[in-house]
Design a protein around this ligand. Sequence first.
Ligand code: SF4
Length: 170
Amino acid sequence: MKELQVAGFLDNSLVNGKGLRAVLFLSGCNHHCPGCHNVAMQGFDYGEKANIKDIVKRVESNMPLIKGITFSGGEPFEQAENLSELAYLLKKEGLNIWCYTGYTFEYIIEHLDKNNGWKELLDNIDILVDGRFEMDKYSHHLKYKGSSNQRIIDVKESVLLKHIILYEEV
Ligand code: SF4
């Protein structure tokens, strides 16, 4: 079974997406945003390796209390090949999946076929919070995002309608 390099895990959280959800922080990020909320997690060796099967078991132990899981980081798309397998297994359990990324939605769509696992990962994400953190656009009033350039995107609707549909119910 495949592994992920994991920077942290929360069994339940109310601030990393709508509803009570688990949060998986993936190690490694190349965006290097000034003012990054967690510089240590930019390291690709930070944290520890975790088996996908063990992560699924841990998430299952909190069901049905939690309604979903959020992938954060770090940059989850850097581990898309293995993360997409985890996303697939958790989606089968009926969980709703949020994912934070420093890439924009448009960039991800343009590079879907050039990066292993990107398409498979996006296929299993319900809500994508996209874009790098921009310090001059930071506000603590923003819900579920750090700076106003970031968007909370309904992935399924956006792919279906071929333009960005923001998630409204936040
Ligand atoms: S994308 Fe996130 S983890 Fe990566 S540098 Fe920017 S704020 Fe930090």
